[in-house]
Design a protein around this ligand. Structure first.
Ligand code: PLP
Length: 427
């Protein structure tokens, strides 16, 4: 089905996949099961996906939708990228997991290839993004005590307002989002919170006990908030001046999403620790890692950190396929080109239901006029028109389509946004 021919209503047209799936439960039954048997810590849009390829997904009734979220950037290479799937299939038939009690033949090559991609000496593979953030926190504290000489239990890691680094108890301890944090105390101390985008605020917060600064180069969950030009460079300089580690959480911004391999590349900044996740697993399985030099990761000794599934053979094989794709530069280039198309189209909506657009590469935050509609209402209207997108913080839409999307599909998606806004009353 071409862009523009999607119908949110049941037209009777179904793909084979949809027909097969429709023989099972219908969407309402699936949603009822989920509502009854899973905790309500998510509020998904009412669509039940049965199959996905490239930038398109198909629901259980056979309707097709253009995916403009891409698993919060976990699907940068699209659904079922053939090279990623081939690597996964081949590895599934060989060996998937040995635990870190033994070596396997994907581990060394994966680590070496990720080191080459990041320009770092060593990596620590984990699974989820939050675990990678936790790993960065732990090694920074260890570095602070063992190398910098911070007195025991005094180490501080400066973090930014509006941050989103995951959901563990320690990570939500330094969130300023009450929904993420309330009722989960007592909170882990040692994380001074400062204004995002202000190097002065970081300078003022640095003390002799500061081990690290942890920031997202672009705040994704915050609404694709791009700090002022020069911010990352100034933070880098401050960290150098005060012997503080710079930890860049590139879980969402990294791996081609912004048009460069890492969002830090836009300012020519190299952090001490890259924190990676999401797209590293190719949308197939959770793969995360941190990458840093020997002076930091060389501090870890057997028994001091770990994960049963971290660095498993299947994850490493998939991660290697992702790194091969990134090495071609094709996806970074697509992000730049398609990002320009997306931005041009979105800018036309400013003043017509859209208050502001922020974007870098193929990643955009679109602030909807709050007097017109909530982000959720706009997402529901988009869903009815065949586009999947997700709101964040009230009236902001976050658009992060897979980098395999075409320019025509993007133009069509923004036309659906225009029509959705008009339907909601925009002029
Ligand atoms: N860090 C950033 C910047 C993120 O955007 C996310 C997830 O959205 C995380 C960390 C946590 O990753 P995960 O959900 O895989 O734990």
């Amino acid at each position: 089905m071409e862009p523009g021919t999607h119908a949110g209503e049941d037209t009777g047209e179904r793909t084979d996949a949809g027909t097969r799936a429709a023989q099972g439960l219908g969407a309402a039954a699936h949603i009822a099961l989920a509502e009854q048997h899973s905790a309500h810590h998510y509020h998904p849009l009412p669509v039940v996906i049965a199959e996905a390829h490239g930038a398109w997904v198909t629901d259980v009734a056979g309707h097709r939708f253009l995916d403009c979220l891409a698993g919060y950037s976990a699907l940068n290479f699209g659904h079922g990228h053939p090279e990623i799937l081939a690597a996964a299939h081949a590895q599934l038939d060989r060996v998937t997991l040995v635990s870190r009690a033994f070596h396997h033949d994907q581990f060394g090559p994966f680590c070496a290839e990720l080191c080459a991609l990041t320009g770092k000496d060593m990596v620590v593979p984990m699974n989820s993004g939050a675990e990678a953030v936790e790993t960065a926190i732990k090694v920074s504290r260890k570095w602070g005590y063992r190398v910098k000489g911070i007195p025991p239990h005094q180490a501080e890691i400066i973090v930014a307002e509006g941050n989103f680094h995951g959901r563990t108890t320690t990570i939500v301890s330094f969130s300023d989002d009450e929904a993420a944090r309330a009722h989960y105390g007592p909170y882990t101390p040692g994380f001074p919170l400062v204004e995002y985008g202000s190097a002065e605020a970081i300078a003022a917060a640095i003390t002799p006990s500061t081990a690290a600064v942890l920031i997202e180069p672009i705040q994704g969950e915050g609404g694709v908030l791009i700090p002022p030009d020069g911010y990352l460079r100034e933070v880098r300089a401050l960290c150098d001046e005060h012997d503080v580690l710079l930890l860049a959480d590139e879980v969402q911004s990294g791996l081609a999403r912004t048009g460069r391999t890492f969002a830090c590349d836009h300012e020519g900044v190299v952090p001490d620790v890259y924190i990676l996740g999401k797209a590293l697993g190719g949308g197939v399985l959770p793969v995360s890692a941190i990458a840093a030099d020997h002076r930091i990761l060389g501090l870890l000794r057997p028994g001091e950190h770990g994960s049963t599934f971290g660095g498993n053979a299947l994850a490493c094989a998939v991660g290697r396929a992702v790194i091969r794709l990134l090495r071609t530069g094709e996806f970074q280039a697509r992000s730049v080109e398609l990002g320009l198309v997306l931005r041009t189209e979105l800018d036309r909506l400013v003043g017509h239901g859209v208050v502001e657009v922020r974007s870098r590469g193929l990643w955009a935050g679109v602030d909807i006029d709050p007097d017109l509609a909530t982000g959720r209402q706009v997402c529901e209207a988009l869903l009815a028109r065949g586009v999947l997108a997700k709101d964040t913080h009230g009236s902001t839409l976050r658009l992060a389509p897979p980098l395999v999307i075409t320019a025509d599909e993007l133009i069509w998606a923004v036309a659906q946004l225009r029509d959705s806004l008009a339907e909601l009353g925009a002029r």
